[in-house]
Design a protein around this ligand. Structure first.
Ligand code: FEO
Ligand code: CA
Ligand code: CA
Ligand code: CA
Length: 557
């Protein structure tokens, strides 16, 4: 047995069955990316023969430089940046780059479609906003430059990653695209009886599905919706797109409406689809959706129907229970005449009874329903990933200065009997931000085939280099082993340019390329002519640009 696996961890492995026990006995590193210890997750590593990427780099030191700094032997290509033309129609790459997903074409690791989320606009994309009110032209830019880009990328003969602007797949999805609404809120009064919605924006992180589509998460949507005069309840959902089919655009209301950070999909023991989700707000909850019906691999994209019907749960961390968010449960709680709204829920009992009249209202006002039913308010739950090795669930709780959690932590959930469909769980704090770990404010996550967690940090630009954040310098990318002698120890792999955060880490299946976004370089700039960053430092450029890089230099394992 691996000496580093303590008794408590070992006992939890015992619950995962013989395969996991064998893995624990031998050290998880022997799994070689086959993820044989657990059920399938919608993880690009699963089922691929992978190379080991960890253990081959010398960790870097924190930095204040205006560069994307990588360990010796690694380099990057800028694949696409804000305002680059992406196709023959002349559509342009959006800004606020976040989540990435790479889809091989013909099984290639050096040619495929790259989907990138565009979370929000800035001074460099819409210009200075006077008195807090955007002009009509600025509102149009705000809707245009958010959303998503699908681009075609390939490595040339020298190994440089380039965007193919002649691609027939390359396109923008933005605040003007028309989405079909599915699930319990579609067509209900909560959504003004609408069955379609105009556009997607505030697209933060996301996830891939078991049927090779992308789920993209609408996070801080209210400013854009309000400025554009669009109905607020049409945003704050999980949207689904098919990179290879431009006509396929859906918003799945069964997954709830809140400030969605990302999705992470897996299967229950009886083959139903599970989607874990975080609500990135202070004092907000962790959710999971479990489909009513079972996943059938041969059905391909038709499995997306699974996202229209099922049970949405919120985590109660004190009781270790997943609480079902149903109309019946909410109305039962409100029927009690001595009901008092918990902290975080506004309104009297009468007002709440009016607000919650059916399941559409419950999913639309998800955060309030969750708190009413005992969901635990947590510290900004951002990315969630299921370990493809042992089915434990990792959650980044970025931070929450409301109660002194300045540097955040990574929570790890152990579902009962190792079943993602369980309604009971236990948890541990897997790693905590702070001086002792060298990182602060964990945000997006990705696994490599060695079971290492790749973690990007999001110290806000207003806190960076100040007070207790000073030693961490610029934001970074860290690698944290989840087993073995270095379990829980953070090793810095990248340092971000000035005022930026790194987002959307995503490996190609062979782990020879890591796609990564650089979001909001130069965010502290107040005058366009005096930018605080000029990343990506392309010839002739006078402004910083959000963009996506392809990191190379990973050795074969
Ligand atoms: Fe868009 Fe929660 O980061
Ligand atoms: Ca984030
Ligand atoms: Ca992720
Ligand atoms: Ca963030």
């Amino acid at each position: 047995m691996d000496k580093q696996i303590d008794r408590r961890t070992f006992l939890s492995y015992l619950g995962t069955g013989a395969a996991a026990l064998a893995a624990a006995s031998a050290g998880l590193g022997v799994l070689d990316g086959k993820a044989s210890a657990a059920s399938a997750t919608a993880d690009h590593l699963f089922g691929f023969k992978t190379n080991k990427v960890s253990g081959y780099f010398e960790p870097i030191a924190a930095s204040k430089e205006d560069h994307l700094i990588l360990p010796n032997g690694y380099s990057y290509d800028v694949v696409a940046a804000f305002d680059d033309i992406i196709n023959e129609a002349g559509e342009r790459f959006g800004t606020g780059s976040d989540y990435n997903a790479f889809f091989p074409i013909d099984g290639s690791n050096s040619h495929g479609l790259l989907v990138n989320n565009h979370e929000y606009t800035n001074l460099f994309s819409v210009g200075p906003v006077k008195d807090g009110k955007m002009t009509k032209e600025q509102v149009e830019k705000d809707l245009y430059y958010q959303g998503m880009s699908v681009i075609e990328v390939a490595q040339d003969e020298k190994g440089t990653w380039r965007m193919d602007t002649k691609s027939k797949h390359a396109r923008r999805i933005n605040g003007f695209s028309k989405f079909e609404l599915t699930g319990p809120a579609a067509g209900t009064s909560a959504l003004n009886n609408a069955t379609t919605a105009q556009g997607t924006f505030a697209n933060c992180s996301g996830g891939i599905t078991l049927w090779n589509t992308v789920l993209s998460c609408e996070e801080n949507f209210s400013e854009t919706a309000t400025a554009a005069g669009l109905p607020l309840t049409h945003y704050g959902w999980v949207v689904e797109i098919d990179p290879f089919d431009g006509s396929y655009l859906k918003k799945h209301t069964a997954l709830g409406r809140f400030n969605h950070e990302n999705t992470c999909m897996g299967l229950t023991k009886d083959n139903r689809v599970v989607v874990y989700m975080g609500d990135d707000k202070k004092d907000a909850c962790v959710y999971k959706f479990v489909s009513k019906n079972k996943y059938v691999a041969e059905f391909g994209r038709k499995n997306a129907d699974l996202l229209t019907e099922g049970t949405l749960y919120v985590a109660n961390l004190k009781s270790g229970k997943w609480v079902a968010l149903t109309y019946e449960a909410v109305s039962k709680a409100l029927a009690n005449e001595s009901f008092k709204a918990p902290t975080g829920v506004k309104g009297t009992r009468e007002e709440l009874l009016k607000k919650f009249q059916n399941q559409g209202d419950v999913v639309t006002n998800c955060h309030e329903a969750a708190l009413i039913l005992g969901g635990t308010p947590t510290d900004r739950p951002e990315d969630i990933e299921i370990s493809p090795f042992d089915n434990t669930v990792f959650i980044c709780h970025t931070n929450n200065d409301n109660h002194g959690n300045i540097h955040g932590h990574i929570t790890r959930i152990f579902e009962k009997d190792n079943d993602l469909g369980a309604t009971e769980f236990d948890f541990e704090i897997f790693a905590a931000g702070g001086r002792q770990s060298g990182f602060s404010s964990p945000d997006n996550l990705a696994f490599d085939s060695n079971g290492n967690l790749w973690v990007v940090t999001d110290i806000s630009t207003s806190s960076m280099h100040k007070g207790v954040h000073t030693p961490f310098k610029n934001n970074g990318l860290f690698v944290i082993p989840t087993h073995g002698p270095s379990k829980g120890i953070a090793l810095q792999f990248a340092s971000a340019p000035i005022d930026s955060e790194l987002t959307g880490p995503f490996f190609t299946p062979n782990e020879q390329t890591l796609f990564l976004s650089v979001q909001h370089p130069g965010e502290n700039t107040t005058e366009v002519s005096k930018p605080t960053s000029l990343w990506p430092h392309r010839d002739g450029d006078k402004i910083p640009r959000c963009g996506v890089v392809a990191i190379k230099g990973f050795k074969l394992g």
